[in-house]
Design a protein around this ligand. Structure first.
Ligand SMILES: Cc1cc2nc3c(=O)[nH]c(=O)nc-3n(C[C@H](O)[C@H](O)[C@H](O)COP(=O)(O)OP(=O)(O)OC[C@H]3O[C@@H](n4cnc5c(N)ncnc54)[C@H](O)[C@@H]3O)c2cc1C
Length: 384
């Protein structure tokens, strides 16, 4: 019996569980270890912040999915690997032995700027961000208005959250978006950047680009150009960092500490170990650290884990060059980007809403009907 252990309930593992439920792999015993009982689907998080969705709308419970896949499910934080002994080390429970191991644990917030760990709300884990919304609402009810909020990070998540927070509190909040890069949305085509910048300038307090935030105190932030901003709260939405404990595992990592894998998603240093999603760095492929790519890796990972159990040759992944990006712009509007094409409006939001709801429904099995198998129908890959 091959012992396959899945660490993390990330978006690629959702698909692995779904496919193993649909077609069990003979000779394989499956274990899922996740620090949380659910996965939080990123596509709907800005919508929760904007007030479009209930807080539980993006939640995908893992227990029913694990049960459908006949997997043992352990809720625990993994804190290390003993590769020599073939064991996964857990914070609370006994080590778990494996023959094959797959890691889909995402990334963590980069808290390296002084004061961020103490004074900012990081966007990862997203559960912390959603928990903080109640504090923000009470600040808006009790404190002097408007609430002065800084969002730090000029990528898609920072832009979406800045707009969503403005949509949530309206005139009661003044949001300043801060980006270290000279332009927002680096990596996006210029037409898309122009559209997003125009939307931000129309709806936000202000946008400051080209100046990194270099420090935080309780009630102000300081920028690299020696300017200060008084703040009631700071949301930290800068890029993703690798979990620190990976450095002790002995796995080959890239310069930033993410697990180096080949195009089959197998570790370049250990043939028993696979990785997908934000935590993986594919040698020779520029795959962005974004949820849409974690989702796309899912079917490849599922197939290669199945093949690895059987001892068959693995399949190489050729990631598509582009992905549809649908950015929630608040007020039930969204901006869509497909290559050089940019489109926006309420209809784009409705389109995104349909894709997002379908994604969650595909993996959210009723908790009281855990024997139900997931349906094999085709799925539109969620927009990034
Ligand atoms: C506000 C916001 C908006 C975003 N919007 C978009 C977007 O529009 N488009 C897009 O493509 N991307 C978006 N992203 C990025 C997206 O969230 C990530 O790229 C995506 O979630 C990565 O998926 P993953 O499967 O790698 O890991 P995750 O979704 O992070 O899942 C990892 C899972 O592993 C668990 N885990 C972590 N560590 C351990 C451990 N040590 N032991 C056990 N379990 C563990 C976690 O609890 C989690 O359930 C956004 C991110 C944020 C913060």
């Amino acid at each position: 019996m091959t012992r396959l252990v899945l660490v993390g309930g990330g978006h690629a593992h959702l698909e692995v569980l779904r496919q193993f439920a649909e077609a069990p792999v003979p000779g394989c015993s499956l274990t899922l270890i996740s620090e949380r009982p659910h996965t939080l689907y990123w596509g709907m998080v800005p919508g929760v912040v904007a007030g479009d969705y209930a807080p539980d709308a993006p939640l995908i419970p893992l227990a029913p999915l694990a049960q459908a896949a006949r997997a043992r499910f352990l809720i625990d934080e993994v804190c290390g690997l003993d590769l020599a002994a073939g064991r996964v080390m857990r914070k609370a429970g006994e080590p778990v032995p494996f023959d094959l191991l797959s890691l889909d644990i995402g990334g963590v917030a980069d808290l390296s700027v002084p004061g961020v760990a103490e004074h900012a709300i990081p966007t990862r884990p997203m559960e912390r961000l959603l928990g903080w919304l109640a504090d923000l609402d009470s600040l808006a009810q009790t404190g002097p208005l408007p609430v002065m909020l800084a969002v730090v990070g000029g990528g898609a998540a920072g832009c979406e959250l800045a707009l969503a927070l403005t949509a949530r509190l309206g005139r009661d909040i003044r949001v300043t978006l801060n980006a270290a890069s000279p332009t927002l949305l680096p990596g996006f085509p210029s037409a898309a950047r122009r559209r997003v910048v125009a939307t931000l300038e129309e709806r936000l307090g202000s946008v400051v680009t080209g100046t990194p935030v270099v420090g935080l105190e309780k009630s102000f932030l300081s920028r690299g150009n020696h300017t200060l901003m008084l703040v009631d709260a700071v949301l930290w939405a800068t890029g993703v960092a690798a979990p620190a404990w990976l450095r002790e595992t002995g796995l080959a990592l890239d310069a930033r500490g993410f697990i180096r894998v080949d195009r089959t998603l197998r570790s370049v240093s250990d043939r028993r170990v696979f990785a997908a999603g934000d935590v993986a760095a594919i040698d020779g492929a520029m795959v962005p650290k974004a949820g849409v790519w974690a989702v796309r890796a899912g079917p490849v990972l599922a197939e290669n884990l199945r093949r690895a159990v059987r001892g068959d040759p693995l399949r190489a992944w050729r990631p598509q060059r582009r992905a549809l990006a649908l950015i929630n712009a608040g007020w039930q509007t969204a901006i869509g980007v497909w290559g050089p094409f940019v489109f926006s409006g309420h209809w784009v939001w409705r389109w995104k809403d349909r894709i997002d709801r379908r994604f969650v429904a595909r993996y959210r099995l009723p908790e009281d009907e855990t024997s139900r198998r997931p349906t094999p129908d085709r799925l539109t890959v969620p927009a990034g």
